[in-house]
Design a protein around this ligand. Structure first.
Ligand code: UD1
Ligand code: CA
Length: 453
């Protein structure tokens, strides 16, 4: 499989999406359609990938997450014309996959099978086909009585008899690079749509007595193209099911896989239970025996063993073993929550470290702070980290006890085992084993109410 390349066509506008965005950047779960296709190509062993861009090319380029090359197709004159734009990339050595940016369900597995088939049959081209109930709109695969491939004919150019054929062209191929480039030179646009058709290259290649075959893919879903929002939704459902079923097969309990959304890039260990209405995105890793959800969103985070997270949002953070989070907690980027920590209801944490065995039970904001272990936060603590211009850090050392409704005006340090009195606004460091009080002393005005009335 050495030197396998891939060209992905993504220049079309996708008018049926009715969108300001180019079609291929629309997402399935947390990832663009185009990124899935690039991944499938890489999984099949493609070492170099070239994306043909055209319509809103800057947006498409910006959204690609991988190191690929781009070529521009200024005018969309057909699939054959799009591939011509990549002729220098294709070169004249090895094999090249031709893929579409709007078929996000294609898998590395199916592409690998096509490449192997291509090599075994010593083909100059292998076309990926499939059988469908309703072939309307697709190119049809015409075979003779011995089932030998004859040609691929576009719907609009097909005879009535050919339109009855249910084997369709997926639009994906594995080509010998040199034969592809040679045959592109012979393409013309004398057809019903006035386009340069890529499938016409097959005629030229067959005329040279070289092997051209169609490999029938039995997983129809793999080639499903997305042209509309409805198809985007259908592709989403298929992708979601594939991912969730794979996790279940490996020992994760998903209470309701139809309303649980997990990224292809997420890893989850066994005996973790995912409750409904949970979204897990990006390169998240969740270890074993966790209870996640319901109503939880986790993005690009690490979650250790035995962690419980309920009705909370966790962004780009890590939460270590035996910790509980929520309900209704908001953990913002770059937070490091230790082991056996309790993060309770209506707690927000941002860019902070929380040591092991610390309790932040309710209604507290911790921003830009380094909190030690076995610290206890009373209800309603606020770290006043922002002075209107700059953010400052606060340090709270091991075993400190922060009284209810304390404001810690940063930068400030509460030393080891120190207390702050409830209702204090702490602006000066509190020494170890001391009590910091920063509030007015209470006075009682006797009979004040009687006088007022
Ligand atoms: C194409 C195939 C058809 C196949 C079908 C499968 C041709 C002529 N027809 O038809 O046999 O059954 O796919 O879905 O190849 N694109 C460009 N530049 C262009 C034209 C297209 O980049 O100038 C891209 C589009 O963005 C799209 C893909 O190529 O991602 C397919 O183009 P489209 O016009 O949708 O081809 P179909 O008519 O569906
Ligand atoms: Ca199409």
């Amino acid at each position: 499989m050495n030197g396998l390349k891939a060209v992905i066509l993504a220049a079309g506008a996708g008018t049926r999406m009715h969108s300001k965005l180019p079609k291929v950047v629309h997402k399935i779960l947390d990832k663009t359609m185009l990124d899935y296709v690039i991944e499938a190509a890489m999984e099949a062993g493609a070492e170099d990938i070239c994306v043909v861009v055209g319509h809103q090319s800057d947006i498409v380029k910006d959204e690609v997450s991988y190191d690929v090359q781009f070529v521009l197709q200024k005018e969309q004159l057909g699939t054959g014309h799009a591939v011509m734009m990549a002729k220098d990339f294709i070169g004249d050595e090895g094999n090249v996959l031709i893929l579409f940016g709007d078929t996000p369900l294609i898998t590395g597995d199916t592409l690998s099978k096509m490449v192997n088939y291509h090599i075994e049959h010593k083909n100059a081209v292998t076309l990926l086909s499939t059988i469908v109930d309703d072939p309307t709109g697709y190119g049809r695969i015409v075979r003779d009585e011995t089932h030998t491939f004859i040609r691929s004919v576009e719907h609009k150019d097909a005879s009535e008899k050919e339109k009855m054929i249910k084997e369709i062209n997926s639009g994906m191929y594995c080509f010998d690079a040199k034969h592809l480039n040679d045959s592109l030179k012979t393409l013309n646009n004398n057809n019903a749509q006035g386009e340069y058709y890529l499938p016409d290259t097959l005629k030229t290649i067959m005329a040279k007595q070289l092997n051209v075959n169609a490999m029938i893919c039995d997983i129809y879903e793999d080639i499903l193209g997305v042209n509309s929002r409805l198809q985007l939704y259908q592709a989403n459902q298929i992708m979601q099911k594939r991912i969730n079923y794979k996790h279940m097969e490996k020992g994760v309990t998903i209470i309701n896989p139809t309303n649980t959304y997990i990224s292809k890039d997420t890893k989850i260990s066994s005996d973790t239970i995912i409750y409904p209405n949970t979204y897990i995105e990006g390169k998240t890793e969740i270890k074993k025996n966790c209870i996640i959800g319901p109503n939880t969103r986790i993005i690009n985070s690490y979650i250790g063993d035995n962690v419980n997270i309920e009705s909370s949002t966790i962004l780009e953070s890590n939460i270590n073993n035996n910790t509980t989070v929520g309900p209704y907690a908001y953990i913002r980027p770059n937070s490091h929550i230790g082991e056996n920590v309790k993060i309770g209801d209506f707690v927000e944490i941002k860019n902070s470290t929380i040591g092991n065995n610390t309790k932040v039970s309710h209604l507290t904001y911790i921003g830009d702070a380094d909190v030690g272990s076995k610290v206890n936060f009373g209800c309603g603590t606020v770290i006043v980290n922002y002075d209107g211009v700059n953010k400052h850090r606060t340090v709270i050392k091991d075993n400190a006890f922060i009284g209810c409704n304390t404001n810690l005006v940063s930068p400030v340090t509460v030393e080891n085992s120190a207390y702050t009195a409830a209702g204090s606004t702490i602006t000066k460091d509190v020494p170890a084993y001391s009590l910091g009080i920063g509030r007015a002393r209470q006075i009682n005005k006797e009979k004040w109410v009687n006088k007022k009335r």
